[in-house]
Each structure stands twice: as C-alpha cells, then as structure tokens.
Design a protein around this ligand. Structure first.
Ligand code: NAD
Ligand code: 3PG
Length: 539
C-alpha cells in the first residue's frame, strides 16, 4: 500500500523529538524482527533538529516540535512521521506528501483525557476554582468574590462534534446541561440519537451559556469565533478552548472579556505556545492550563502505543492504521483491496512502457466488486506504476497523485458495476498528445492477476517478468518470423497470446519471455516484414 517495507537487515532510525511515555514506546523497544534504533532527543531548536535529521527514517513528535518544510527537506531518509496525538497542525503535511512521507497520528488515544479536561475547565470556570485557590494559597479567605454559576440547566454549545466534542457532550449531559452541537457532518438523526440538538454556529452563539470548540485548526476554522460571533452571544457567556489556539480570535476574545460581554474563558491552547506572555493571561476572568488536554498517564501511553504499533506495521507490511495524508482503509477491507494494489500498479507500469510521449490524462475505471471500495488508494497505485519509470523509488502511493498532478496529468476515476464477464476489472487508459493506450486487468480467483485486454485486444497474460508487445499486420508468417528471430537471439518464449481486430487487419502478439531483451534485440524483431512496432515491458 505504501513504500516498500525495509528488510530485517536495514537499521531503522526512529527519532523521538518530544517527550513520549516510556511505557507507550514499549512496542518499539521490544520489537525484534526489525532493526530499530530508537533515539530520544527532546527540546531541540529547529536548527538542532535539522542538523540531526538526515539519516532518520521515522520522526516521532507531539505538538511541540514543528515539522516544517525545512526539516522535511533535510531528512533525506525520512519515510514516516508519527504524531503521538491528534492535531497535525505542527506538521507541514503538504511538504510531507510531496516528499512521499507518510504521516500517521493516534486519533483515539487522548479523546477521554481531552474531554475530561474540557469538563474540568468548564467547571473550574463556572466556579472560579483557580482564582479562589490562588487567593486562599495567598492567605485570603474570600467567599464573596467567587460566587459562581451552576451548569445544570445551562446550554452548552459544542462546535466540532467529532470524537472529543461527542465525549464532552456526553459528560455535560451528566451535568444536566442542554447541548447544542454544530459539525458539518452532523445529521439530525445522529444528533437525536446522541441526545443533542443540531444547530448552526450562529444559533449556538445566540443561545448558549457556555461555548466549547472541538475542531481542528484549519483555514475554515481559524477565527471561527471572532468579533462578529461574540457580538451575537448572550451577555455573560463563557468560552472554553481545549482544541487549538487560533480557532478563537485571541484579540477579539480579549476585547469581549474586557467589555464584559464574555464573563470568562478557559483556555488550554494558544496561537503561540509556550504562551508565557499572552495578554489573555493578564485577565482575571481567564483561567488557563499549558496545553494539558492530553497530558494523562493513560492518554500518553495510549497514543504512544498506537503510533509505535503503526511504525512497526508500516515497516513490516507497508500498511498503516492511522494515515493522515492518504486515505485510510478500514481493517476489515484491507485484505480484500490489497491484491488490487499490485494489479493497479502493474497496469500503470505496463502503460508507462508502451508510450514514450508525455502523459496528459489518465482514466482509471473500476468495474465489478472492486467498484464498491474506496478506490483512491488503487488509483494512487496505478499512478505509482505509471510514474516509476521516470521517478524510480521517489514515487510511492503517498505522493503519486501529487506528482502526477504537478506535471499536469488529469486524473479521472470511473466506477461501474458491470465488468464484462469478470468479477472485477480495472482498466487504465492514458492519453498523450498523439496517442491513446489502454490495458485492463483482473484478479482471477485462486489464480492471481491477469492482463485481460491490451488496447482492444483480448489477451490472458500473467503480469510478471519480461513481456514483448508486438504490433503487426495480420498476415501469415508474422508469428513464426518473430519466434524464429527471438530463438536466433537465444530468447526463450514462455507464453504467447495473439489477437487481431479483423482478418488481415492490425494484430498484436503478447509474449512472455525468460530473459530481458536489449534495444538491439528489439530492432532485430522490429525490422521484420509486417511487424509495425515492438516494445519490451518489464513488470
Ligand atoms: N488540548 C489538547 O491537549 C487536545 C487533545 C486532543 C485533541 N485536541 C484537539 O482537539 C481537536 C478535535 O479533536 P478530535 O479528536 O475530536 O478530532 P475529530 O476529527 O474527531 O473531530 C473534529 C471535528 O471537527 C469537525 N469540523 C471540521 N471543520 C469544522 C468546522 N468548520 N466547523 C465545525 N466543525 C468542524 C469535523 O467534522 C470533526 O467532526 C483537534 O484540534 C485536536 O488537535 C487537543
Ligand atoms: O492534538 C492533540 O493530540 C493534543 O493537542 C495533544 O497535544 P500534545 O501531544 O502535545 O499534548
């Protein structure tokens, strides 16, 4: 599915750049099939990281280390970036994808901890617990200044209703709060099932007493809560951000607190971290923690275990469980789809050797059962096969689509249920300035992959080893002459398939041969009478 797994003899340098749970990286420590060299160096500056990254195969981080384009460019051997946590906004995903580096995260391991922290922050905010604690620790017994509000009966607006948002809502319902939730993917049915009311961001702003955000930081979610949104809110609203700094505009929040519109805010995350001189922290209405949402023993162990297991899985099988920069395939589907990866790659590789012109368009059609799957990984494999001739090992299924699009190749995927008598059929067609070529393949139950069509000719070829693709005019003697010439060159034919469009028309021969042919051998065959074209293809 992804880059070729390394063999046991390769040393795999795993560089851990942020503090991870030692129990969590136990899978890496006890791994014996792979030759893992675990290096832990945390708290490095960008320059220090860049100076140490050249031979690193795997970089493991949390949110602190910024994996910038410069870091990625300096990492000549990097194959995988592991994020022990959810948010990947500290990783330049575009640069990683361009360089064919797979990024994995650990999306489930810290959900509970982040949700619990959010509830703790909301409760502390409602009851001024940090402020009261601080006063008392300073010898001040003040019961008047810290009169809080109850959560019971209040409306909590949850913006971003993914893993953490849902868990927060679930817990807040336990506090007998009413929940309004917004998420672009939230349906009425699901909202009803989860006992929350689906609302828009604006409706939440108007109606909520507490608002908590649980989206990733994306161009769409940056400044999601800003001056305009604060203006819509109830006087005395309370805001919680345990997701990412920047989802809430910090300047606007500051102004809204100073004006009295917002009664208080509980912040775990900031635009700039470490947030030691953030002006919001000067406000008594703001309570804060230094990005502690995922900082529990359980969450840290869990995310580190998940990401460690994915590293091992990647080097053993070439597949991962939690990819960020490529489509993920559910475990139960993987076994069914995996055999098609190789077939798609071989079809692409076949066509790359048929044409010498620049490819402008690729049409991949999936017919039969394979059309029921998420075919994007298959298309990536097809493109990988197409590009390998020119990009070698630099292309993999992480960057195949990017590299194709970068050179202007238009990619179209089609799905149909009818597979012309086959259970499954993948057809790849390429268009160049002057040519159109196509090849189709299938997986035969128990027999493996077969090329079943080349251009418009039906064939039955095992896509392995060395092939000769000959185009000729359908005249007596052509097949014999080709066979004789190859024999003269000591080239043994293993199988031969022929096809033609009509009697005396254009015909093809598909030969599997035991040895690789040279340019000279090709010319030798090409000059034969009625032979129009000869191509050597290695799959
Ligand atoms: N403070 C911490 O230590 C801590 C810990 C864990 C996670 N987080 C952060 O919490 C956030 C959510 O994590 P998660 O595991 O729930 O992720 P998730 O992917 O399960 O959920 C995110 C949700 O946001 C929704 N979303 C995307 N764009 C949106 C928009 N414009 N408006 C509303 N919703 C939108 C998505 O549809 C998705 O359902 C991430 O940013 C993550 O980094 C912080
Ligand atoms: O996105 C996340 O998983 C959280 O923000 C946790 O980040 P951390 O691993 O740096 O604590």
């Amino acid at each position: 599915m992804v880059t070729k797994p390394l063999t046991k003899t390769n040393v795999i340098n795993v560089f851990i750049a942020d503090p991870l749970s030692e129990d969590g990286i136990f899978p890496l420590r006890q791994e014996t099939d792979l030759n893992l060299n675990v290096i832990i160096e945390t708290g490095l500056t960008q320059e220090q990281l860049i100076s140490k990254i050249e031979d690193v195969d795997v970089l493991l981080v949390r949110s602190q280390t910024k994996v910038t384009r410069e870091v990625i460019q300096a990492a000549k051997n990097l194959k995988l970036i592991g994020r022990a946590g959810v948010g990947v906004d500290n990783i330049d995903l575009t640069a990683a994808t361009e360089h064919g580096i797979i990024v994995v995260n650990a999306p489930d391991g810290n959900t509970n901890s982040a949700a619990e922290h959010t509830i703790a922050m909301m409760t502390s905010l409602a009851r001024h617990i940090p402020q009261a604690y601080n006063a008392l620790k300073n010898g001040i017994w003040d019961r008047k200044s810290y009169v809080g509000v109850e959560l019971k009966g209040k409306t909590l607006g949850v913006i971003g209703f993914g893993r953490i948002g849902v868990e927060v809502a679930y817990r807040a319902k336990g506090q007998r709060m009413e929940i309004l939730a917004y998420d672009p993917f939230l349906t009425e049915e699901r909202a009803e099932k989860l006992g929350v009311k689906k609302a828009t961001v604006e409706e939440i702003c108007v109606a909520a007493d507490f608002i908590t955000v649980h989206t990733p930081l994306l161009p769409d979610t940056k400044n999601l809560l800003n001056k305009e949104k604060f203006a819509m809110m109830k006087d005395g609203v309370r805001i919680i951000n345990c997701a990412r700094g920047g989802i809430i505009n910090e300047d606007d929040l500051y102004d809204a607190i100073v004006s009295g519109k917002v009664a208080g805010a509980a912040l775990d995350v900031f635009i700039e971290e470490p947030a030691t001189d953030n002006k919001l922290l000067t406000l008594p209405q703001v309570i804060a923690t230094p990005h502690l949402g995922a900082s529990t023993v359980e969450a840290q162990e869990s995310v580190a275990v998940d990401v460690s297991n994915d590293i091992i899985k990647f080097f053993k099988t070439g597949t991962v469980t939690n990819p960020v920069n490529m489509p993920s395939i559910p475990k139960e589907l993987l076994a069914q789809v995996e055999p098609f990866f190789e077939l798609a790659e071989k079809l692409g590789a076949f066509l790359s050797q048929v044409t010498t012109e620049a490819i402008k368009e690729v049409n991949i059609s999936y017919a039969g059962e394979v059309a029921n799957y998420d075919v994007r990984p298959l298309t990536s494999n097809g493109l990988k096969g197409l590009l390998k001739k020119n990009h070698g090992d630099h292309v993999n299924d992480v960057n195949a689509r990017y590299l194709s699009e970068r050179v202007g190749i238009k990619i179209n995927e089609h799905k149909t249920t009818t597979a012309k008598g086959f259970t499954n059929l993948i057809t790849v067609e390429i268009k160049t300035k002057n040519e159109v070529h196509s090849v189709a393949g299938t997986l035969l139950n128990g027999l493996g992959a077969r090329i079943v069509k080349v251009e418009n000719y039906v064939v039955d070829v095992v896509p392995n080893g060395h092939l000769l693709y000959v185009k000729n005019t359908d005249k007596p003697g052509a097949i014999g002459r080709v066979a004789t010439k190859l024999a003269e060159k000591d080239i043994n034919i293993a199988t031969m398939q022929v096809g033609r469009d009509q009697i005396g028309g254009t015909a093809i021969m598909m030969l599997t041969i035991d040895n690789e042919v040279t340019e000279e051998d090709l010319l030798y065959v090409a000059q034969l009478e009625n032979i129009d074209e000869v191509k050597a293809i290695t799959l």
